[in-house]
Design a protein around this ligand. Structure first.
Ligand code: HEM
Length: 416
């Protein structure tokens, strides 16, 4: 019986996934909420499922526990009509509309802006730590605000609204059992009202941002009002929750692997490999969104997924498949440096695979390779800098979707 809200599972789900993988590339699992699902844990099989049109992304009517009709359920249903929950040809049409905003040229043009935003955050948090009083939470002061500021600028979300959006998206991405009653419902209702208001505002006063462009395209026949709302929600949610966890996990891994940190300080070209290895070792999206088998599918090794089954491709597990990554539980950035014979490790699956492959992968990588060196160069000036809590007791986000430490307290005060 799998309980995704269990704090011990959230912190370290890997032994469980390794046990499942030992049974076969996919296993049927009973979830604590009374449902069953197939968890795919093998690397090859994960990629095969994600590229196979027999697995649909459209959530079936009445999936999960039955929920009575309410304003919150209607808000949720409306915001859930996004491209990640759709199949071709709808998916192809929706994805085409936003692709133009994420071309390499458009993304790379954001570099100076990302540098400036990261530098501002790093300067401020370093000054706070230098005072030597109390702790500074790296998630609050760096890993959260940077991607939110960046995606907020790309999309055109006003800065004062970003804290509320963080709270609401955190809640809707968590299992309801892990939060006070009504907290998730309230967040869906608020998000729906917020994006409705924002779209009205952008209609009246368009800017240079992506929302304004999408609203303009909508009037040209691109998106209906519901699709526009759902697209706004998806881009915000997908754009920062994941990147926040990449930055937080990379920071934690470097602080707990001082040898790697020293090597990367000596040779900053290694940051690319550090980011790739973090994506593999601490995959920010633990599992993809749910798939549903539209017919019986043979996955190999005698594994047959029946028609109608709910399927979760567990990226965090695929990325630790020993068949592709030797010593998979070790954090070894070197595996993403070209070897003397020109070979390197298999590409990780942290950004997914197939038609839904992450549209923001280039932006996420850019944020990380720009911000992490700035952060560690600045932290390197602080004598006595250390984590203020045992890494093994840090709380992690509950659930099977997003994974990363919820706080990362740093201090320069001597240990008592
Ligand atoms: C480290 C950061 C990130 C990770 C690990 C990540 C991972 C992923 C993964 C695994 C998927 C596929 C999910 C599935 O198949 O169910 C996905 C899709 C998506 N991602 Fe990301 N992502 C990241 C950052 C971003 C950013 C910065 C954006 C920018 C807006 C973004 C936008 C999207 C969108 C819109 C989709 C849906 C694509 C589609 O349905 O065709 N992501 N992401």
């Amino acid at each position: 019986m799998l309980d995704p809200s269990d704090p011990a599972f959230a912190r370290d789900p890997y032994p469980y996934y390794a046990r499942l993988r030992a049974q076969g590339p996919a296993a049927r699992v009973a979830l604590v909420n009374g449902t069953h699902a197939w968890l795919v844990t093998g690397y090859d099989e994960t990629r095969a499922v994600l590229a196979d049109a027999r697995f649909s992304n459209v959530p079936p009517q009445g999936a999960g526990r039955p929920k009575p009709d309410s304003p919150a359920q209607r808000a949720r249903a409306c915001l859930a009509r996004h491209m990640l929950n759709s199949d071709a040809p709808d998916h192809t049409r929706l994805r085409r509309l936003v692709s133009a905003a994420f071309t390499p040229r458009r993304v790379d043009a954001l570099r100076p802006r990302i540098e400036k935003l990261a530098d501002g955050l790093v300067t401020e948090l370093t000054a706070r730590l230098a005072q030597g009083r109390g702790t500074v939470d790296l998630v609050d002061a760096f890993a959260f605000p940077l991607p939110v500021l960046v995606i907020g600028e790309v999309l055109g979300v006003p800065e004062p609204d970003r804290d509320s959006l963080r709270e609401w998206t955190y809640r809707v991405g968590s299992p309801a059992d892990a939060l006070p009653q009504g907290a998730v419902d309230e967040a869906w209702t608020r998000l729906h009202a917020y994006f409705t208001g924002l779209i009205e505002h952008k209609r009246r006063e368009p800017g240079e941002d992506l929302f304004s462009a999408l609203i303009h395209d909508a009037t040209e026949g691109g998106l209906d009002d519901g699709e526009l709302l759902a697209m706004a929600f998806l881009l915000l949610f997908a754009g920062y929750e994941t990147t926040m966890n990449l930055l937080a996990s990379a920071t934690l891994l470097m602080l707990t692997h001082p040898y790697e940190l020293a090597a990367t300080r000596r040779d900053p070209a290694r940051w690319d490999a550090v980011v790739e290895e973090t994506l593999r070792h601490a995959s920010p999206l633990e599992g993809t969104t749910w798939r549903r088998a539209t017919q019986q599918v043979e996955l190999g090794a005698g594994t047959v997924i029946p028609a109608g089954a709910s399927v979760l491709a567990v990226l965090a597990a695929a990325n630790r498949d020993p068949a592709h990554f030797p010593d998979p539980d070790a954090f070894v950035p070197d595996r993403y440096l070209p070897a003397a014979d020109g070979t390197r490790a298999a590409p990780h699956a942290a950004f997914g695979h197939g038609p839904h492959f992450c549209i923001g992968s280039r932006l996420a990588r850019l944020e990380a390779v720009v911000a992490l060196p700035l952060l560690f160069n600045s932290l390197g000036t602080l004598p006595g800098l250390r984590l203020a809590e045992e890494p093994t007791s840090l709380p992690y986000r509950p659930g099977l979707l997003v994974r990363g430490p919820r706080r990362l307290p740093l201090t320069t005060a001597p240990a008592s």
